[in-house]
Design a protein around this ligand. Structure first.
Ligand SMILES: Cc1ncc(COP(=O)(O)O)c(C=O)c1O
Length: 388
């Protein structure tokens, strides 16, 4: 049996059409977009058209899109760029305990630079409280960074409410949409979001490319220094083939939006049905009403996550313990810790199963059976006294 890949929240396989466009761009487009000759102009045209496609999809203007190398860089530019550019207005920032490390570690760095960061708690479903946000907001708050949908448990935050709450405040609102892009509605015309970071490799696009939406008029200080690319917000020659691929991947999200959601929900249902049929004890970590359809985080009492992941890998099922960046480390997930508390059993006995836009029902059912059998084995070994 060929291995079954259910780790799309870590990264997705590249869409063949996206790959085709990238190959053609590599083969046919020689120039540097900054060159004024015809080769350069040809490359510039691709970058401009791609920017336009992406901007249109999120309801932005072309000039509000900055190409980046992905989610981490987008988070860094958004947070460092606005913190340093606006420090005369205050040095207070609010984020949450469940952000991706691209946000959390950037905030931790800012703490060493004299900024004060408040980290919002989440409830047992992974949602922040708007009341807590209101109570932490200060006159000198310059930035609020709250992710759209969580990469480990899939919980979606009340982004529209947060954006409207902040609309009359000086604080900019940044949201990391790396996981949510593709299965959640986002339009910066309707929702007063100031900064939004995304990555191509979660939607069938290439790895190492993404964009940051930066609302017009916002003060942002570049932290890469060099050329004047991206309106001086991100120096360096643009990755033209990846940008062309990213634009096509975004376009395809728009073309297959509902189908993609339905496929993920269907896959999720198959896994849950199979676990029920196999009479395995489990609980879903996340919010029952506000969740990303592609992320399913499951708690299996009596298992150890690392042993379970290894067993599943050997049995041909690729899932994960959380974000790709923390997978492989022995640290319990900071997201599950924020939801359930230090040393809660959920933090050491949960796995993340995540789906892509194309699903193979038989494969997913088979994966469900393998997960059930592996869990049963581990639980019975534990009951028999073998500590795992
Ligand atoms: C929510 C979130 N933000 C940021 C990132 C980092 O994105 P990238 O890998 O493109 O740097 C990830 C990647 O898993 C993510 O899930």
């Amino acid at each position: 049996m060929s291995p079954i890949y259910l780790d799309h929240a870590a990264t997705t396989p590249i869409d063949p059409e996206v790959l085709q466009i990238m190959v053609e761009t590599y083969q046919q487009v020689v120039g540097n977009p900054s060159s004024i000759h015809s080769f350069g102009r040809q490359a510039r045209k691709i970058v401009d058209e791609s920017r336009h496609t992406i901007a249109k999809y999120i309801g932005a203007r072309s000039r509000e899109i900055v190409f980046t190398s992905g989610g981490t860089e987008g988070d860094n530019i958004a947070i460092l760029g606005t913190a340093f550019a606006n420090s005369d207005k205050g040095k207070h920032i609010i984020t949450t305990k469940i952000e991706h490390h691209g946000v959390l570690k950037t905030c931790a760095y800012l703490e060493t630079q004299g900024f004060t960061i408040d980290y919002l708690d989440v409830d047992r479903t992974g949602r922040i409280s708007l009341e807590e946000l209101k109570s932490k907001l200060r006159e000198d708050t310059i930035l609020v960074s709250i992710m759209f949908g969580n990469n480990e448990v899939g919980t979606i935050q009340p982004i529209h409410e947060i954006a409207h709450l902040l609309a009359d405040h000086q604080a900019y609102f940044h949201t990391d949409v790396v996981q949510a892009f593709g299965t959640a509605d986002m339009d910066v015309k309707d929702t007063p979001i100031d900064l939004m970071s995304m990555a191509g490799h979660k939607i069938g696009g290439p790895k190492g490319i993404g964009f940051l939406f930066v609302r017009d008029g916002l003060s942002l200080q570049a932290y890469t220094h060099g050329g004047d690319q991206e309106r001086k917000r991100r120096a360096g020659t643009e990755n033209v083939p990846a940008i062309a691929g990213l634009a096509r991947a975004v376009e395809k999200v728009g073309e297959h939006f509902h189908e993609r959601i339905d496929n993920c929900l269907h896959a999720r249902q198959i896994i849950l049905e199979t676990l029920d049929e196999e009479k395995v004890t489990y609980k879903i970590n996340g919010n029952p009403d506000h969740f990303l359809p592609q992320v399913l985080n499951l708690y299996f009492p009596g298992t150890n996550v690392e042993t379970l992941l290894t067993k599943l890998d050997l049995a041909g099922v690729a899932v994960s313990s959380g974000s790709a960046c923390t997978a492989g480390s022995v640290e319990p997930s900071h997201v599950l810790t924020a939801m359930f508390g230090e040393r809660a059993p959920e933090t050491v006995s949960s796995i993340r199963v995540s789906f892509g836009d194309l699903i193979d029902e038989d494969q997913i059912r088979e994966a469900g059976r393998i997960i059930a059998a592996s869990v049963r084995d581990l639980v019975s070994l534990r009951k028999a006294g073998e500590v795992l």
